[in-house]
Design a protein around this ligand. Structure first.
Ligand code: KIV
Length: 295
């Protein structure tokens, strides 16, 4: 049976959602099986975030994540997504040298990995110019303001941005500049909800919030936080919808106990020879070796 026609999520579709006042639901993913479940569940946008470095690859922050790692993980997500829009996150130093190199790197997300767009953190003058260049090269761009984790060494620590009026005004201006440069959406990370509401009202393009309150046009969470992969610290804004850490931990403990106690594998999980074949085999294998006569 051919698949029922799938209504693919496109950039105009996301814009129409904002215009109709319908929420956009986004999430991060880094592999095929999880992205497949998300896509089938009706997620609008899957971001292959450079949070990959922290939640999958075990880095301390997102700085060491390479283009190769991002492309490697974007490919299976794009293969799994039949409906959702897939966005590849440009890692640190993939867009900081020449425009030429940045456009080339961004194009790899579309040409090699199968993503539909890229995301870039920040809104400096140079970054805005680069975003215009990327859009000119037919590469749709998602912006990202507020807490931008690639600037960790500037900030010193991950904390809420825009709590003071000056900083809040700068974030508003950054978001407006990104829209002017042509982004199709802006991520607002870790800012007060009042500020996110203001930005959402000012921008024509959709805002997607993470730790930015309920008034954004959409929400995004890191998948590993949402399902409780880690039993360590989680930011205040995360809602844990499952406790995968406990589930996996229990399953592995039970497996260890079963193997040690000889309960796994049991008869039902083993393959059998027919009894006739067993007799034959035993007879053959226990026969005295050729040429050795019994005394
Ligand atoms: O890398 C990431 O997962 C992100 C989200 C937190 C928006 O940038």
């Amino acid at each position: 049976m051919p698949d029922k026609k799938i209504q693919k999520v496109t950039i105009p579709y996301l814009q129409a959602k904002k215009d109709r006042n319908e929420k956009i639901v986004a999430i991060t993913a880094y592999d095929f099986p999880v992205a497949k479940i998300m896509d089938a569940s009706g997620i609008d946008l899957i971001l292959v975030g450079d949070s990959l470095g922290m939640v999958v690859l075990g880095y301390e922050n997102t700085i060491p994540v390479s283009m190769e790692e991002m492309i490697h993980h974007t490919k299976p997500v794009a293969r799994a997504a039949k409906r959702a829009l897939v966005v590849g996150d440009m890692p640190y130093f993939s867009f900081h040298l020449s425009d030429e190199e940045s456009v080339y790197n961004a194009s790899l997300f579309l040409r090699e990995a199968g993503a539909h767009a890229v995301k870039i953190e920040g809104a400096s003058k140079r970054r805005l110019k680069l975003i215009e260049t990327l859009i000119e090269a037919e590469i749709p761009v998602m912006g990202h303001v507020g807490l931008t984790p690639q600037s960790i060494h500037h900030f010193g620590q991950f904390k809420v941005k825009g709590k003071e009026v000056d900083e809040a005004e700068k974030i508003i201006q950054d978001a407006l500049n990104l829209e002017k440069a042509g982004v199709f959406s802006v991520i607002l990370e870790c800012i007060p909800l009042e500020l996110a509401k203001l930005i959402t009202e000012k921008l024509k393009v959709p805002t997607i919030g993470i730790g930015a309150g309920p008034h954004c046009d959409g929400q995004i969470l890191v998948f590993h936080d949402l399902v409780g992969f880690s039993n360590g610290y989680l930011p205040k804004f995360v809602k844990k919808y499952a406790d995968i850490h406990a589930l996996i931990s229990r399953a592995v403990h039970d497996y260890i106990d079963d193997v040690k106690e000889g309960k796994f594998p049991d008869d039902n999980r083993s393959y059998h020879l027919k009894s006739q074949q067993t007799q034959k085999l035993i007879k053959k294998e226990t026969r005295a070796p050729e040429g050795k006569k019994k005394k």
